[in-house]
Design a binder for this molecule. Structure first.
Ligand code: PAF
Length: 265
């Protein structure tokens, strides 16, 4: 299939259920190019749990309205057959794809990279914009673009938060009002850790905060080197805290840049 687009294109791939976080990605795309393509495709290959795939929120009409109001010139909701005619050529996310998110969502990033590569082949964007909220995803997409030498500039966009600090996510619609206020504890724990300038202390403060969120079931909480996803040490130049877990059956992830580490004396 071929899409009739006015190149150069700025591209925002999504799985729909658009919210203010996506709007900010589309607005960034619009500041880069006039032709802004937004795809809406819930990619079965990246769901390790079939129920999660089936219950993923689907709000296409609303999505089209939000995307257009934010500057999209082409909203594209392809079918499974359009994306995967025949057997999909799987793209491996490698070793880093099996860490953190990858431990809890086995094969997830292979599915993400497979669909993103396929979308890139069809849209041929100059720019592609992804949110920092899914930091490991962003890292792996940048790594794939470099590895395959794709002529695409990947732009990372800051996490957009609700007033409480909770990172915007399509899954937030499944949280009750009280779950939402509990979930804001993820943000306040991350924030508390940023005021520590010693890595061990930052890790302690973060873990204590996360483990005291009522009803939060932690998948992982760690401070990593954002250049390679290794566990951060006092020599790490770019530490970033990453957190994932569950509140009442809803999976939430978040991350935050930590202070440049000062070695303990
Ligand atoms: O972040 C998402 O919404 C999805 O993982 C993406 C990048 C659109 C691929 O399906």
């Amino acid at each position: 299939m071929s899409l009739k687009l006015n190149h150069p294109v700025a591209f925002v791939p999504t799985m729909g259920a658009l919210h203010a976080g996506h709007q900010s990605l589309i607005e960034i795309a619009k500041s880069l190019e006039n032709e802004v393509v937004v795809s809406v495709f819930v990619n079965p290959l990246q769901f390790e749990n079939p129920d999660d795939f089936l219950s993923y929120p689907k709000t296409l009409e609303k999505d089209i309205a939000i995307a257009e109001a934010s500057g999209a010139t082409f909203v594209w909701s392809p079918t499974f057959e359009e994306i995967y005619p025949g057997n999909p050529e799987l793209v491996s996310a490698g070793v880093i794809g099996n860490l953190f998110e990858g431990v809890h969502r086995f094969g997830h990033f292979d599915g993400v990279l497979t669909v993103v590569k396929r979308l890139f082949d069809l849209v041929e964007p100059k720019y592609a914009i992804f949110g920092e909220k899914d930091f490991q995803q962003l890292f792996l997409i940048k790594e794939m673009v470099n590895r395959l030498k794709l002529p695409i500039t990947v732009i990372s966009a800051p996490t957009i938060r609700e007033a409480s600090g909770l990172a915007m996510s399509s899954r937030n619609v499944r949280l009750s009002v009280s779950d939402r206020s509990t979930a804001a504890g993820i943000y306040s724990s991350l924030l508390a850790a940023t005021s520590e300038n010693e890595i061990g202390r930052a890790r302690q403060v973060l873990a204590k905060g996360i483990n005291s969120i009522p009803g939060f079931i932690t998948d992982y909480v760690e401070i990593i080197d954002e250049e390679n996803f290794e566990v951060a040490s006092e020599n790490t130049a770019n530490p970033r805290a990453i957190v994932a877990g569950w509140i009442n059956g809803v999976r939430l992830i978040d991350n935050m840049v930590m202070k440049k580490v000062v070695a303990s004396k």
